[in-house]
Design a protein. Structure first.
Lengths: 184, 132
């Protein structure tokens, strides 16, 4: 009798587990491209370390600037709203000039800005700004630090660690190990 | 032979287990919904496994006669063939970059061009423009 009861309970639980998995999968629509990219930016902030002088004080926010695609700004704002990393809030800014860009900690550069990359990187020289490209060909080769790429409908990223080190940024070994190309 | 007492105990246990199972089920559903609503809570390895809905770079604009215009997913405005009087509902890509004056250009089917500039902000999906 006890065995029967246990078997019945097991089957019930298994069925419920399967149903819940099916419901979860069936109703789950994939995130939008920008929602997912926003989550990646959040993770980049988690796995990067800025020099102390990049912040005015111990609780000043991590500023994420978005250059060239203000469509991304709202998704990014929603994604990182009230989020903190090491007691620092994340703040999103739409960037309209290179002077503004130097005041960011992370700069998301849209692919539409690819022609201006040399100009952007020249302006950021000496500033500890983690540059993130949006599927921009030649981004890391041109001096960018992290480039988002899409492989088989999934997001991957390339890292140019030399560029990050030159900007006095430390990228964690975990992030480097997940990059699609060996970190330089 | 199963006695009535045994049956009663069995039903009682089953009821208890079913309650637990339902609680687990609800918890799982709640967890799934929460995880989905907050992608930041997911480890980056999990994010790397997620598929996504690609953002529309340039939506297929609707023509005034209802027909679909060619070149909806063009990656560059200059690749698009538009018809005059067509309303663009989405992004207009900058073709000449300047931080002070982002410019964009649309090549219209008859060869004429529309050029525009926005002095203090970048072109956005919310921009509505008429190609004339």
């Amino acid at each position: 009798m006890k065995r029967l009861a246990k078997a019945y309970a097991f089957v019930t639980l298994a069925c419920l587990g399967l149903i819940s998995a099916q419901v979860a999968c069936g109703e789950e629509s994939p995130p939008s491209e920008y929602q997912l990219k926003a989550a990646f930016l959040f993770n980049f902030a988690k796995f990067a370390e800025w020099p102390s002088e990049a912040f005015t004080n111990a609780t000043s926010p991590i500023v994420i600037g978005v250059l060239g695609t203000n469509r991304f700004v709202s998704d990014l704002e929603q994604t990182v709203r009230n989020k903190t990393i090491n007691d620092r809030l994340l703040q999103v800014r739409e960037i309209r000039s290179l002077t503004e860009a130097t005041n960011c900690h992370i700069l998301f550069i849209s692919r539409f800005s690819s022609e201006a990359l040399p100009e952007i990187f020249a302006a950021l020289r000496g500033a500890s700004v983690l540059t993130v490209g949006d599927e921009t060909e030649g981004f890391t080769e041109a001096g960018g630090m992290i480039n988002l790429v899409v492989e088989e409908k999934k997001i991957r990223f390339q890292i140019n660690n030399d560029a990050a080190r030159n900007a006095r940024l430390k990228i964690s070994s975990k992030l480097l190990s997940l990059a699609v190309r060996p970190a330089r | 032979m199963i006695s009535r007492e045994d049956l009663r105990r069995f039903v009682s246990r089953m009821r208890h287990r079913l309650t637990l199972a339902v609680a687990l089920f609800i918890t799982l559903l709640g967890y799934t919904a929460e995880a989905r609503s907050d992608l930041c809570e997911l480890p980056i390895e999990v994010l790397m496994q997620l598929e996504f809905i690609p953002a529309t770079r340039l939506e297929t604009p609707a023509r005034s006669d209802g027909a679909e215009a060619p070149g909806g997913q063009a990656t560059s405005v200059s690749q698009m063939l538009l018809v005059p009087e067509m309303q663009l509902r989405s992004l207009v890509l900058p073709v000449t970059w300047s931080f002070c004056l982002p410019c964009f250009r649309v090549v219209v089917l008859d060869g004429s061009r529309y050029e525009g500039g926005i002095t203090n902000r970048f072109p956005d999906v919310s921009e509505h423009m008429i190609v004339k």
